[in-house]
Design a binder for this molecule. Structure first.
Ligand SMILES: [Zn+2]
Length: 55
């Protein structure tokens, strides 16, 4: 099980046990922020970037 710390609310998000692709969106279940996969490293860890919502 991979855990990623939300960039917005710092809660631990459990990632699904699957291969993520660049451009996939992960929604934080705690704060609702949308995080985009911007990089998948060789060891399978993800680099996520928060998607700023237009207001
Ligand atoms: Zn969050």
């Amino acid at each position: 099980m991979k855990i990623f710390k939300c960039l917005e609310c710092a809660n631990d998000i459990e990632l699904e046990d699957k291969k993520y692709k660049i451009g996939e969106i992960i929604e934080c279940p705690f704060c609702g922020s949308e995080l985009e996969v911007v990089e998948v490293k060789a060891d399978g860890s993800l680099v996520l970037d928060i998607i700023e919502e237009e207001k």
